[in-house]
Design a protein around this ligand. Structure first.
Ligand SMILES: [Zn+2]
Length: 327
C-alpha cells in the first residue's frame, strides 16, 4: 500500500450560475461575493465566488454514496448528506446507534473513524457538552482541502453579478383578488458568470489512521485492506464529483452552463500541490516546479483545445493514483 497526494487545479467557465447564495432580503436573493486583489494594480474588487464549504459538502456527499455502494461504513447522518459529524454526544449516539460513550479519546476516535468513512476522510469536531462525558473534545483534520472558487486574475475587472427578475403569476385564480400584489409576485435572484479557479487536494496518508494523540498518530484504526479500499473510494468519489460537478445550490432552476478551459491533476507520493490557476501561466509554472522539485510527481494536463477529453485526462490521473495506493 502506498501513500498518494492528489492535487487538482483548473480554470472553468461557469455561466449564469447561482451556485452559492448567501442571504435573501425580502424577495432579493444575493450571490456570495468576496474581496480579491488584482495583481500589480493592487485594486481590490468585490467579485462573485463559490465557497469551499459548498464544494466540500458536494464531495462528501458523493463520497458517502460511493462508500455505501462499496459496502464501506457510513454513519446514519452522513449517508443522508447531513454532515453534523459527531458534533456532540447526542449526534454521536444517533449517528452510530451507540448506547454508551467511549471512555477514552483513543476509543472514541476509533469508534467514529472506523464506522464512518466521511468523518475519516473529511474530519470532524466533537465537543461533549454533556456532564459526565469522559472525553470532552476530539478533533480530526480533514484529509482533503478545498477553497473558494474566484474569478481568474485577468477577469477580475470585468466580473458582473446581475439580479434577474422573475415573476410568479397568479392573477385570474380564486386565490388572489384583483389588484392584490401577490397576484403577480416578483422576485430577484442574483446570477454571475465568470471563468473561475478550482482547487482540490487529497492526502491519503492518514485515511483509516489515528491522528489525534501524539503517541498513537499513524496507527491503523481499521484493517490494512480496508484502508486501501477507503483510499480508492476517496479517489473514485473525486472523479465522479468532478465529472458530474456535484456541488452548488439552486441547480433545479439555475443550472449553470459549465465548460472547463484547462486543468492539471498532479499525482505524487508526498505533498506536491499544483500552482495557483489564478495566474494564466499556471501550467508553465507547474512544469517548472516539477523540473526543480518532485515527489515522484506526474502531471496530467487538460486543455480545451487539446486532443483528449476532460474525462479522459482526469481518469488517467485517478488511475495512476489508485495504482500507487494498491502499491
Ligand atoms: Zn458520519
Amino acid at each position: 500500500m502506498g501513500d498518494v497526494f492528489f492535487s487538482f487545479r483548473g480554470r472553468v467557465y461557469v455561466n449564469v450560475e447561482a451556485l452559492n447564495m448567501v442571504e435573501s432580503i425580502g424577495n432579493y436573493v444575493k450571490h456570495r461575493r468576496v474581496p480579491v486583489v488584482v495583481p500589480e494594480s493592487y485594486i481590490t474588487y468585490m467579485v462573485p465566488a463559490i465557497s469551499g464549504e459548498s464544494i466540500a459538502h458536494g464531495y462528501q456527499y458523493v463520497l458517502a454514496q460511493k462508500a455505501v455502494e462499496e459496502g464501506l461504513p457510513v454513519c446514519r447522518l452522513c449517508r443522508a448528506g447531513i454532515f453534523l459529524k459527531s458534533t456532540n454526544t447526542d449526534v454521536f449516539r444517533y449517528a452510530f446507534g451507540a448506547s454508551s460513550l467511549p471512555a477514552t479519546e483513543k476509543d472514541l476516535e476509533k469508534a467514529i473513524v472506523a464506522n464512518c468513512i466521511v468523518e475519516d476522510v473529511g474530519g470532524f469536531l466533537y465537543a461533549a457538552e454533556e456532564r459526565g462525558a469522559k472525553v470532552k473534545n476530539l478533533k480530526r483534520t480533514s484529509n482533503f482541502s478545498v477553497g473558494y472558487m474566484i474569478p481568474v486574475a485577468e477577469a477580475l475587472v470585468n466580473t458582473v453579478v446581475e439580479p434577474q427578475l422573475h415573476t410568479r403569476y397568479a392573477l385570474g385564480t380564486k386565490f388572489v383578488k384583483r389588484d392584490e400584489a401577490r397576484g403577480q409576485m416578483i422576485y430577484y435572484v442574483e446570477i454571475a458568470s465568470a471563468p473561475y479557479v478550482f482547487s482540490f487536494d487529497l492526502d491519503t496518508r492518514y485515511i483509516g489512521r489515528s491522528t489525534f494523540l501524539v503517541e498513537t498518530a499513524g496507527e491503523p484504526l481499521v484493517g490494512e485492506e480496508e484502508i486501501i479500499k477507503r483510499r480508492l473510494v476517496a479517489l473514485d468519489a473525486f472523479a465522479e464529483f468532478m465529472i458530474e460537478m456535484m456541488f452548488g445550490a439552486k441547480k433545479t432552476r439555475f443550472l449553470p452552463v459549465i465548460e472547463w478551459e484547462s486543468f492539471i491533476a498532479a499525482v505524487s507520493d508526498g505533498t506536491w500541490t499544483v500552482p495557483s490557476p489564478f495566474t494564466n501561466k499556471y501550467i508553465e509554472n507547474a512544469e517548472k516546479k516539477l523540473e526543480k522539485y518532485s515527489k515522484n510527481t506526474k502531471l496530467y494536463i487538460y486543455r480545451r483545445d487539446g486532443d483528449k477529453s476532460f474525462e479522459e485526462v482526469l481518469l488517467e490521473a485517478i488511475e495512476d493514483a489508485k495504482n500507487r495506493v494498491k502499491g
